[in-house]
Design a protein around this ligand. Structure first.
Ligand code: ASP
Length: 256
């Protein structure tokens, strides 16, 4: 798991995450709140992969979050949308020996959908150890929505309904904080349920040592061996137990 540390004050007076002190020096992650932005479906994802591809060729797509669209179809859609990356993308459900394929993959792409279903399928196939191991060996991890929830220690800050029982909430644990994808605290008129902020605060009340980053629709994180950066259009929102939510501006992530 990534260990976040401070390296001291910068000219802006903020302490930034020192990724050089991470134990997992080789990890590189692209974590997108959403598959779609104003640029279209996965267009921002394709663009970022092209920048970070670095000669990587063999990509595996994990489509298990999809519930109403078949995994074949979902894989075809993603393959088409990410064509310009030049990656050779295969659906993990199509390969004969998925664990050996993970061990040889240069890039692991985890699509959105229902996070509970995704975790259950990954646990059933013993991917919870295999995927983080390969990412620590420098396979690029690309996830959007449910794929972001899976990079966290737990899937407990997903927005999804628990439609299947994943037998525990522990996920890949590639980072040591929680992300809430599709973050917004907008409340439709006449809505009487909990707001997003209230749900996150409930999570922190039950899990006071956790940290939750609310990642708005247009945003993503690029985490590499040298820096962790918030990219996109809108500031993110950081939630810590017993503290008011704090806006996190675009740019290098402050230590939190
Ligand atoms: N269902 C979302 C997605 O994958 C994940 C979430 O909202 O937690 O798009």
């Amino acid at each position: 798991m990534l260990q976040l540390q401070q390296i001291g004050a910068t000219s802006a007076g903020l302490a930034y995450i020192d990724l050089l002190s991470y134990r997992d020096k080789l990890m590189e992650l692209l974590l997108f709140s959403s598959a779609s932005t104003s640029t279209g479906f996965l267009a921002h994802v394709a663009q970022e992969i092209v920048k970070r591809r670095n000669g990587r060729q063999r990509a595996l797509f994990i489509p298990f979050a999809s519930v109403t669209t078949s995994w074949d179809r979902y894989t075809d859609i993603v393959r088409e949308a990410l064509k310009e990356t030049g990656l050779e993308i295969r659906g993990i459900h199509e390969v004969v020996d998925s664990l050996s394929e993970i061990a040889r993959a240069d890039c692991i792409i985890v699509g959105g959908g229902n996070t509970w279903r995704l975790l259950k399928e990954c646990r059933d196939r013993a991917f919870l150890d295999a995927v983080p191991k390969r990412v620590r060996e420098n396979a690029l991890y690309v996830g959007w929505s449910a794929g972001v929830n899976m990079a966290c220690p737990l899937i407990a800050t997903t927005n999804d309904m628990p439609i299947v029982d994943p037998r525990g909430f522990a996920a890949f644990g590639l980072i040591d904080f929680q992300i809430n994808p599709h973050y917004t605290n907008a409340v439709p008129e006449g809505y009487g349920g909990e707001t997003r902020d209230e749900r996150i605060i409930e999570f922190l009340t039950a899990n006071p040592t956790a940290r939750v980053l609310g990642l708005p629709e247009s945003d993503w994180l690029h985490i590499s061996s040298t820096q962790a950066e918030l990219r996109g259009e809108t500031p993110a929102m950081l939630f810590l137990a017993n503290q008011p939510p704090r806006e996190i501006p675009l740019g290098l992530l402050p230590a939190f």
